[in-house]
Write a protein that binds this ligand. Sequence first.
Ligand SMILES: NC(=O)c1ccc[n+]([C@@H]2O[C@H](COP(=O)([O-])OP(=O)(O)OC[C@H]3O[C@@H](n4cnc5c(N)ncnc54)[C@H](OP(=O)(O)O)[C@@H]3O)[C@@H](O)[C@H]2O)c1
Length: 279
Amino acid sequence: MVTVVFGAGGNVGRHVAAGLSLVGEKMRLTSRKPHPRGFPPGAEAVTADLESPETLPAVLDGAQRVFLYAKPEGIDGFVAAAESAGVQHVVLLSSGAVVHADAARNPIARAHIAVESAIENSSLAWTFIRAGMFATNTLWWWRNSIRDEGVVRVPYPDARTAPIHEKDLAALAVTALTQPGHRGHAYPVRGPESLSIRQQVRHIGAAAGREITLETISVDQARAELGKTMPPIGVDAIMAAWQAGTATPPQVSTVIADVTGRPAHTFAQWAEDHANDFR
Ligand SMILES: NC(=O)c1ccc[n+]([C@@H]2O[C@H](COP(=O)([O-])OP(=O)(O)OC[C@H]3O[C@@H](n4cnc5c(N)ncnc54)[C@H](OP(=O)(O)O)[C@@H]3O)[C@@H](O)[C@H]2O)c1
């Protein structure tokens, strides 16, 4: 069996590749770059762009399983290429936003719905990983200000979220790809614990071994700050999630433990894994 891992250098994709490698699966790993770094030794590396469907038939040739990132722009081309290559099962990294009440108006939800629908309407078997907020987002938001100034600036320091370790999403994907019983399942994944931003920053400080000051800024200042490293739809999504987290505790979930048989990582463990990113 050959499994194609799209985006095998990505936060989640790299752990999917590592997990499949550990259980001895034959893999083909993709990147849009001709010389990606960090792929497991011995793996077959290929160049592919989900938004350029003409690159896909060669990549999918002879493959039975796929780990996929959601790219609505090329999804019809992907489905056609996967069906004609004889792919049996696609595990898609999707988003919990697809089932939110505002999904029809939310661009992130709409993009993921478009990809899920195209796969559901195909002959491919599927598993959807509908993820909530990734812990890796904190790298985007706070890495630079922690490294350079020892500061985190947020509008809602007591907002709570339930961050997910990327290794847990990958472990779920590897289980779904390699074990029976996961086809046709859409797994809603949240982190295992609800933590305020204040608590998250404390965990990062403890792991990185440094004092981090938490400063409260206005919503407009926060939007401008986030906008330096994120597209506007990302900024909107984060601000909405933080604001919601001031009023209602976020959902947590046990899906990772239930499906993989291993407990999900805590945010403290995530911070330990990423301590060097903040030093
Ligand atoms: N951040 C969140 O809180 C959150 C929440 C729910 C769902 N999600 C989902 O998770 C995704 C982010 O996952 P991540 O953190 O693992 O992302 P990441 O680290 O940015 O990795 C994304 C991977 O996708 C590959 N990729 C990007 N565009 C591609 C294309 N056109 N064709 C083929 N491959 C392409 C990239 O590979 P190359 O650059 O090597 O080509 C990269 O390795 C989001 O896009 C979203 O769908 C995120």
